[in-house]
Design a binder for this molecule. Structure first.
Ligand SMILES: [Zn+2]
Length: 210
């Protein structure tokens, strides 16, 4: 039996999460990537490169080892597969990874060093969400130690945002990682709107300027 058939439930969870992100417009065009760990092996199922989230299915996914070497599948793995492999190798609690260029999270990262927790729920669920500046459209290997060190230093860290790029979440399952993605985006949206409203309140109304 091929690996995709053997782990059909994992494949299905990737398809569901990818379609949801595309429908939400958290990832437009053919960017972003997602993956899931294959239990008890140093392998993952990852999206092919230049495949849109609404095109994710068994033919556009690929099984690789944690170094991005193809084990099974007909497409080239995502450019970020090395980052995914490093995260799985270093963090045994991580079983799925989602990366997308969601608008509010990415906009927030333009001028902040961490995600502001605009709700108590976000603080409880996300713990700490730093913004990293890798100056690249693909996370370079020299940034990997910094990212792993942040996860080790902050036990409750579940996400980070790349300035000028997008957000990354790690979860116990694909469902978990996808919900964290939604939470990061929702939190960035509320934080942005909160700042707009505070800014409006602090400005004098027209005609009241003395
Ligand atoms: Zn990206």
């Amino acid at each position: 039996m091929d690996i995709f058939s053997q782990y059909r439930d994992l494949v299905d969870s990737l398809i569901v999460a990818a379609k949801k992100m595309y429908d939400f417009r958290y990832e437009m065009s053919d960017g972003g990537n997602l993956s899931i760990r294959i239990p008890e092996k140093n392998w993952m199922i990852v999206k092919g490169t230049n495949i849109a989230f609404d095109e994710v299915d068994v033919t556009t996914l690929v099984v690789t080892d944690f170094n991005g070497n193809v084990v099974e599948g007909c497409v080239k793995p995502s450019k970020e597969s090395l980052l995914h492999g490093v995260l799985y190798a270093a963090l045994p609690q991580v079983h799925a990874i989602m990366h997308c260029h969601s608008p509010y999270a990415t906009a927030w990262a333009a001028d902040h060093d961490t995600l502001e927790f605009s709700t108590h729920h976000a603080r409880y669920k996300l713990g700490f969400c730093p913004v990293l500046d890798t100056h690249s459209y693909v996370v370079p290997q020299e940034s990997f130690p910094e990212i792993i060190n942040l996860f080790h230093a902050h036990e409750n860290m579940r996400a980070f945002i790349l300035r000028g790029h997008g957000q990354v979440t790690v979860g116990k399952s694909m469902r978990d990682a996808a919900y964290l993605t939604e939470l990061v985006e929702e939190t960035a949206q509320i934080s942005t709107l909160s700042h707009v409203i505070k800014g409006v309140r602090e400005k004098p109304l027209m005609g009241q300027v003395m």
